[in-house]
Structures are given as structure tokens and as C-alpha cells.
Design a binder for this molecule. Structure first.
Ligand code: BT5
Length: 260
């Protein structure tokens, strides 16, 4: 991947602008900074390597050179997006999952923000916000995808089993430019349909652990345990607890795992 080939592959998508780095701390940090200045809607920051890539809750995200996608898309939300902020991580996960399907894999989405193939995490999403007083000025949609095996962090750095697209496909994936093009194409196709029932249904149909007993954690704390029923009206996750009560988990810094 280099800047020229990337620009060529993405040219037809009409993004707002593109900033490419061979190496950067975090594409989300760059994008937040740019979004606080003059970045247009659909501006993209992308890097071959991140030296301090981040996950949620100050966790680290590993992006070694030459093996992964680290990209951050800046959105300047209009009225329709404003009513559906809580669906945005789902949109990014769905776009990544759609790319995987296009390549012949069978991805699942581990609510709220991970993409799995064969039960292992191949991608994560981090949404961050630029505030102007109490108003959302811009959103940064950060997406990290493990393309080749070399992208994987050491097992001891993992909270959940990880894999790469190469593992999931059982062969070398296409060039990263083509993979990113596919993700962004799906993202942009769904973006105007974020408020539709069809979007929720498609996202729901890809959810991992449907019908299984799962545990929701907020940080280190177990927040809820129950059978995973699916998505609620605004992308919240619905569980049925042991007393047959429906629990609704709102999108946020929570994580999900199969319950013992
Ligand atoms: C995420 O956080 O999954 C969000 C990851 C978002 C990364 C993108 S890359 C472009 C943009 N720029 C950034 O700086 N970030 C975004 P979370 O659910 O908190 O998961 C973080 C956990 O995943 C870590 O604590 C590790 O256990 C694990 N992890 C780290 N690197 C990984 C990798 N490459 N593949 C799979 N798991 C990883």
C-alpha cells in the first residue's frame, strides 16, 4: 500500500479528502485534531502503521507495518445522522462484515463493535466525538482490520481471541487498498439508510451469539447476564435474564462474551 495506489483505489468514492501516513501515533487522534479544524465531511485518515493505536477505555490497538488497515473517517453529522448516533458503530462493523462476505468469508458482529470470523476478532471499531459546547461537531469512525497474520498482537495482550482476514479466508487476501475500498463503499451505501428497519435487520442478522447466554461487562465489572435476543429499536442489545425479564443494554463502553 502506498499513497498513490490508495488514492487511485478510493478516487471513485468521492471522499472529502485523504491524509495518508506511513506511520502515525493513532489515525483517530489525527482525525480528531483535523476534525477540530477544517476537515470536510467524509475526510479520511489512513496509516500503514500505528505506534499508539487505541481501543476503547484507553486500551491499546496493535497495527504493525504492512499487515493491517487503520483508517478513521470523519463525519460532519446532518439531521438524520444526529438521530442515530448509537447506530454508527454498528454501521462500521456492518461495512467491515460486508467486505468479508464479498471476499467469501462468513463474518459475525460481536456487539457493539467487533467483527469476528470463526469466532475470532479480526476487526474493531472506535467512535470518537468532537464537541462544540453541547453539540456534536464531528464524529470520527476508527476502523482497524487485521489483514495478514503479522497484524496480530501477542496472545497475552488479548482480551478476546484474535485472527486475521488471511486466517479467515484460508489464503492471502487482496491488496489492502481493495479491502479498504470495499469497506468504505459499503459504509457509504448504508449511511443514508442508517435510520431504516432494513439496516437494523441486516445488522441484527449478523450478530454473534444469537440465542446464547452472554455476559455484558462494563470495564472489569459484570453488568448483566442473559440470553441474547437481538437488537432493540436503536441498536441497543436485548437480553432475557434468568427471571424472564428483558434487559436493554445501551451502546457504550461495554463488552460482551459468552457466559460460563
Ligand atoms: C476496539 O477496542 O476494538 C477498537 C479498535 C479500533 C482501532 C482503530 S485502528 C484506526 C483507529 N485509530 C485508532 O487509534 N484506533 C482506531 P476494544 O473493543 O477496546 O478492544 C481493544 C482490545 O483488543 C485490546 O485491549 C486487545 O486485547 C485487543 N487488540 C489489540 N490489538 C488488536 C488487534 N490488532 N487485533 C485483535 N485484537 C486486538
Amino acid at each position: 500500500m502506498n499513497e498513490e495506489s490508495l488514492r487511485q483505489a478510493l478516487a471513485h468514492l468521492n471522499l472529502g479528502a485523504i491524509r495518508y501516513f506511513d506511520s502515525v501515533g493513532s489515525t483517530n487522534a489525527e482525525a480528531l485534531d483535523w476534525a477540530g479544524k477544517d476537515a470536510p465531511h467524509l475526510a479520511l485518515v489512513i496509516a500503514d502503521e500505528q505506534t499508539s493505536g487505541r481501543g476503547r477505555l484507553n486500551r491499546k490497538w496493535f497495527t504493525p507495518r504492512g499487515s493491517a488497515i487503520a483508517a478513521s473517517l470523519i463525519l460532519r453529522p446532518g439531521a438524520s445522522l444526529r438521530s442515530h448516533f448509537s447506530r454508527l458503530a454498528g454501521l462500521a462493523a456492518l461495512a467491515i462484515a460486508s467486505m468479508c462476505r464479498e471476499l467469501g468469508a462468513e463474518p459475525q458482529i460481536k456487539w457493539p463493535n467487533d467483527v469476528l470470523i470463526n469466532g475470532k476478532k479480526i476487526a474493531g471499531v472506535l467512535i470518537e466525538t468532537v464537541w462544540a459546547d453541547e453539540d456534536v461537531e464531528a464524529l470520527v469512525v476508527g476502523m482497524g482490520v487485521n489483514v495478514l497474520r503479522e497484524a496480530l498482537p501477542p496472545a497475552e495482550a488479548l482480551l478476546f481471541p484474535a485472527a486475521s482476514l488471511q486466517d479467515g479466508l484460508g489464503k492471502l487476501p487482496p491488496a489492502r487498498e481493495a479491502i479498504l475500498e470495499s469497506i468504505l463503499r459499503h459504509f457509504l451505501a448504508w449511511l443514508p439508510r442508517l435510520g431504516t428497519e432494513k439496516f437494523l435487520q441486516t445488522w441484527d442478522s449478523l450478530l454473534a451469539f444469537h440465542g446464547a447466554r452472554v455476559e455484558i461487562r462494563a470495564g472489569e465489572e459484570a453488568a448483566a447476564v442473559g440470553e441474547l435476543l437481538g437488537l432493540g429499536a436503536d441498536g441497543d442489545l436485548q437480553l432475557r435474564d434468568e427471571h424472564d425479564r428483558i434487559i436493554s443494554i445501551r451502546y457504550g463502553d461495554v463488552s460482551l462474551r459468552p457466559a460460563a
